[in-house]
Design a protein around this ligand. Structure first.
Ligand SMILES: [Zn+2]
Length: 142
């Protein structure tokens, strides 16, 4: 399956994980999926189609509802991590408010990350139809 990367010997194709982290289109790994940078609060806009290869990101109506479950897993992991981190740093066992405030702050701060990466994870690793096609990859395009 990964051998398809070797077909384009002239370009060095970025790895699947790197492309996912950068929010690139899962099919061409060239076009961006989102209008704003991945951690930005500015714009939640996601392109309907890949600006490079034209892949329709929402492949069927309600497709991104599945991303909510991915996002849910992210949030639970972040809440557990923030509470454990708070305990390790402060050693607090008296006040539940500290944990509540920290976990809400973490959830709000990471909301753009959750929103975008839940869709990235969904498209890269949970949608077999979105396969990388090395022939669509263009190395010099930003
Ligand atoms: Zn594309």
């Amino acid at each position: 399956m990964e051998n398809t990367d070797k077909m384009t010997s002239t370009n060095v194709v970025p790895g699947e994980f790197k492309s996912a982290v950068e929010g690139k289109c899962p099919r061409c790994r060239t076009g961006n999926m989102f209008a704003a940078p991945l951690f930005s609060f500015k714009s939640k806009k996601m392109y309907h189609n890949c600006p490079h290869c034209g892949l329709k990101f929402e492949k069927e109506p309600g497709y991104f509802y599945v991303a909510m479950y991915v996002s849910y897993v992210f949030v639970v992991a972040e809440l557990v991590a923030s509470c454990v981190g708070t305990y390790i740093i402060t050693g607090n066992l008296e006040s539940p408010w500290l944990y509540l405030i920290v976990s809400i702050a973490v959830a709000v701060l990471l909301a753009p990350f959750n929103y975008r990466y839940s869709r990235v994870v969904l498209m890269y690793w949970m949608t077999p139809q979105f396969k990388f096609r090395p022939d669509l990859y263009v190395a010099d395009k930003k």
